[in-house]
Write a protein that binds this ligand. Structure first.
Ligand code: S3P
Ligand code: PEP
Length: 438
């Protein structure tokens, strides 16, 4: 739906001549911002979202909710500090069209919201959005009483014929291709007449921290959730029907977007400080403290933020990344520069992310002289001396940032379409050159 731009532009990835020494203020979390928008839109009273991420994915979410009738106004938070969105819920109504772009959070979190609207809500997006799995949401909503028209593939584009309310109840889904199916149903579940009970029946469920994030954020707006980690049945989540409170929420920095900056310290043997790193968080990026320590760095949470220091040595790693799949491209980039081989496992579902990330990483690192092979569920990476060349990004923000990390250590790397980082981090090129003191 959104026009795909020509991708001929090449960005010469800056090469680092020595260890970096920088403080990088990383913008807000995509996953937190988009959950906060949905929850505030479904609340019984207005709320605030402070320091929201403003990127393609979150602006698409805000535009979609506005199209359904929700008020989202620019403002400064109630205490006068920081930029904020004031969200004013309203009776949701169609007809409306939602452009999901290629945002998993928009294409999965909003069809359940649309079932609560009065009228037809049409969902469309980038060509890649047609290929990303959505059957878990579509089939579940139909089982819970919704009317949805799609072209029979269980994917976008589709129309939700909102009836103003949804019965809800118990539903079985296979969420092995995306945790976002579970999150989507839980986020709107308290507004279904009978609430919702989601039973995951498939194989492995990826990205558990993102489901924890959903549960925590629901509880923070007063919703009752029973779930496996607090004594519930394994693979079952239950949301009790009820009103959502309007809250004043401060969005944490996006720790997955902090990844390339931490990787820069690791790869150059330098030091980076990320202010406002949360002491407790459900964001998967928090796992980088441990992962990048194992790969050769060290870190400390101080009053200034997370201080991460590279030792000048980079080690390979053997790790299951199923819980933190979105960190894979950045870890693969570091692994390609390490002093020993790596095995990244548990991430078969990345083949259906922004692009087929396993194929894209293999091809692009190998075209720079690397030795990467795909396995059934991940990558084997045997480090080799790399050379310059074009690093293609396939409209994937994390491919672009992964290429930039390699470019720090390898002269002559050019990133195709670095602007694709706008999906979650529009400031990336400026933050990157700022980090390097350019
Ligand atoms: O719920 C979320 O905010 C996300 C869940 C994960 O999705 P998958 O479970 O589909 O990997 C993650 O990869 C994505 O970047 C964000
Ligand atoms: C997989 C990702 O995004 P999405 O929310 O579109 O699934 C990602 O950001 O790495």
């Amino acid at each position: 739906m959104t026009e795909t731009p020509a991708h001929s532009t090449l960005w010469p990835a800056p090469h680092a001549s020595g260890g970096i020494d920088a403080t990088v203020h990383v913008p807000g979390s995509k996953s937190v911002t988009n959950r906060a928008l949905v929850l505030a839109a479904l609340a019984a009273e207005p709320g605030w979202i402070r320091r929201p991420l403003r990127s393609r994915d979150t602006l698409l979410m805000a535009a979609a909710l506005r199209a359904l009738g929700v008020g989202i106004e620019e403002g400064v938070g109630p205490d006068g500090s920081g930029e904020a969105w004031r969200v004013i819920p309203a009776g949701l109504a169609g007809p409306a069209t939602v452009d999901v772009g290629n945002a998993g959070t928009v294409m999965r979190f909003l069809p359940p919201v649309a079932t609560l609207a009065d009228g037809d809500i049409r969902f469309d997006g980038d060509p890649r959005s047609y290929e990303r799995p959505l059957h878990g949401v579509i089939d579940a909503l139909r089982a819970l009483g919704a009317r949805i028209d799609d072209d029979g593939r269980g994917a976008l584009p589709l129309t939700v014929h909102g009836g103003g309310a949804l019965d809800g109840g118990t539903v079985e889904i296979d969420a092995s291709s995306s945790s976002q199916f579970v999150s989507a149903l839980l986020l709107s579940g308290a507004r279904f007449n009978q609430g919702v009970e989601v039973r995951h029946t498939g194989e492995r469920l990826p990205s558990m921290p993102h489901i924890r994030m959903t549960v925590d954020m629901l509880r923070a707006v007063g919703v009752q959730v029973d779930e496996p980690e607090t004594g519930g049945e394994p693979n079952v989540w239950r949301v009790t029907p009820g009103a959502l409170l309007g809250r004043d929420l401060v969005v944490e920095p996006d720790l997955s977007n902090a990844q390339p900056f931490l990787a820069a310290a690791l790869v150059t043997g330098g030091r980076v400080v990320i202010p406002d790193w949360p002491a407790h968080t459900t964001q998967p990026g928090d796992a980088l403290r441990e992962i990048f320590t194992e790969m050769g760095g060290s870190c400390e949470l101080t009053d200034q933020g997370l201080v991460f220091t590279g030792s000048g040595r980079i080690h390979g790693i053997d790790i299951d990344l199923g819980e933190v799949g979105e960190l894979t491209p950045g870890i693969a980039a570091v692994a390609a520069l390490a002093d020993s081989p790596s095995t990244l496992r548990g991430v078969a579902h990345l083949r259906l992310h922004e692009t087929d990330r396993l194929a894209a990483l293999t091809k692009e690192i190998n075209e720079l002289g690397g030795d990467v092979t795909e396995t059934a569920d991940g990558l084997h990476i045997r480090p080799r001396r790399l050379h310059g060349g074009i690093f293609h990004t396939y409209d994937d923000h994390r491919m672009a940032t992964a290429g930039a990390v390699i470019g720090l250590a390898v002269e002559g790397v050019e990133i195709e379409n670095v602007a694709t980082t706008a999906k979650t981090l529009p400031d990336f090129p400026a933050l990157w050159t700022g980090m390097l003191g350019a």
